[in-house]
Design a protein. Structure first.
Length: 349
């Protein structure tokens, strides 16, 4: 299992460079609408334009989850004929995101779409973007609503949080001690999911006890050390919930190496490709997610719609996504999907 950790670290560093450097790398133009337009006839272009530039800013670059988001944004750029910039910090840190956003403001992009590492501390730089006429939206992880026009959520946070508690309870027989491995302690989406996980557990599974919430900062190596530390600190621990995509793989690896496979249940949020082997071996029980590629696609699609004055509509069908749900200024992409050893081979992302 060690190779998985090394692979994650290699991907993170090979894509992003050294995680400790203070200056973020230059923009990555993952789709330039002008190229598509030059290859198409006018009759094929329809209403597509190449005058828009949409910047997509993830929490952190280089991990599989956000790589899949990037793929979806690329596909949307091609389909819609818009310019897409993709730029994320090398570590999940709001200050690094702020520097990137400052550069995007100077570049005069049309939309900045950010998955925020902090709901409030990005406020000043996002307000500056809005003053410059740049539209700001959030996706995956929200900010204070004053700093953006629209939030694109993956799933309903209450539904997801309660569901995660249910999956762990099912794996534990509704009793035992468990820990939560989150990403950043300041991430609004993770904190909202965790709130509802706790509510569901306390109300319906009183024989289960939460012993600790530990942060991994969305770093594979740190997540692995956190998981090992939890198993050592709590010898009678019976379950771990991973709230960010690096958590469940790290927990499964630590459980297997400690010889506690079958004694400590691992559930949470991660991609099928990261968890395929662990689910089949029994090192993890249930992994839940949605399609991050679809999230990237939807973000670019709704950003372009916003630029054209088209607000999202509840129940509207969107190509490659399906029907969306709209609650106020929040768009909900869909329902969570559970991956188990029985169905894992049906998914590839």
């Amino acid at each position: 299992m060690l190779y998985k950790l090394l692979t994650c670290i290699f991907v993170l560093f090979s894509v992003s460079g050294c995680a400790l450097r203070s200056n973020p790398p230059k923009y990555e133009i993952i789709y330039n609408g002008e190229s598509k337009q030059s290859q198409q006839s006018k009759q094929n272009q329809g209403n597509y334009t190449n005058e828009y530039t949409i910047a997509v800013v993830p929490k952190v670059s280089g991990i599989p989850y956000f790589n899949a988001v990037k793929d979806g944004a690329l596909e949307a750029g091609r389909d819609l004929g818009v310019n897409v910039l993709y730029m994320g910090p090398t570590i999940a840190d709001w200050e690094h995101q702020a520097k990137i956003i400052e550069e995007l403001v100077q570049r005069k992009v049309n939309v900045i779409a950010v998955s925020a590492n902090d709901p409030n501390k990005l406020g000043a730089v996002l307000e500056e973007a809005q003053k410059k006429g740049i539209k700001v939206i959030t996706w995956d992880s929200d900010t204070n609503s004053a700093f953006r026009e629209l939030f694109i959520n993956t799933v309903d946070p209450e539904t997801l949080g309660r569901h995660l508690a249910d999956t762990l309870a099912r794996s534990l027989g509704e009793q035992g001690s468990y820990a939560i491995m989150t990403g950043s302690l300041n991430a609004a989406n993770l904190n909202e999911w965790m709130k509802w996980t706790k509510v569901q557990q306390q109300k319906y599974y009183p024989n289960m006890k939460l012993v600790e919430v530990a942060a991994t900062n969305d770093a594979p190596a740190e997540a692995y050390e956190v998981a090992k530390g939890l198993l050592k600190k709590y010898p009678t621990l019976t379950g771990i919930i991973g709230l960010s995509s690096v958590g469940p793989p790290a927990a499964a690896q630590a459980v297997q190496e400690a010889g506690k496979q079958g004694k400590v249940a691992v559930v949470g949020l991660s991609t099928p490709n990261l968890m395929r082997e662990d689910l089949k071996s029994g090192a993890a029980q249930i992994v839940t997610l949605w399609s991050p590629k679809k999230l990237g696609y939807l973000t670019v699609r709704l950003a372009k719609d916003l630029l054209e004055g088209n607000a999202p509509q509840d129940g509207k069908y969107i190509k490659n996504i399906g029907d969306i749900e709209v609650k106020g200024d929040m768009v909900i992409m869909g329902q969570p999907i559970d991956f188990t050893k029985e169905n894992i081979d049906q998914y590839d992302f």
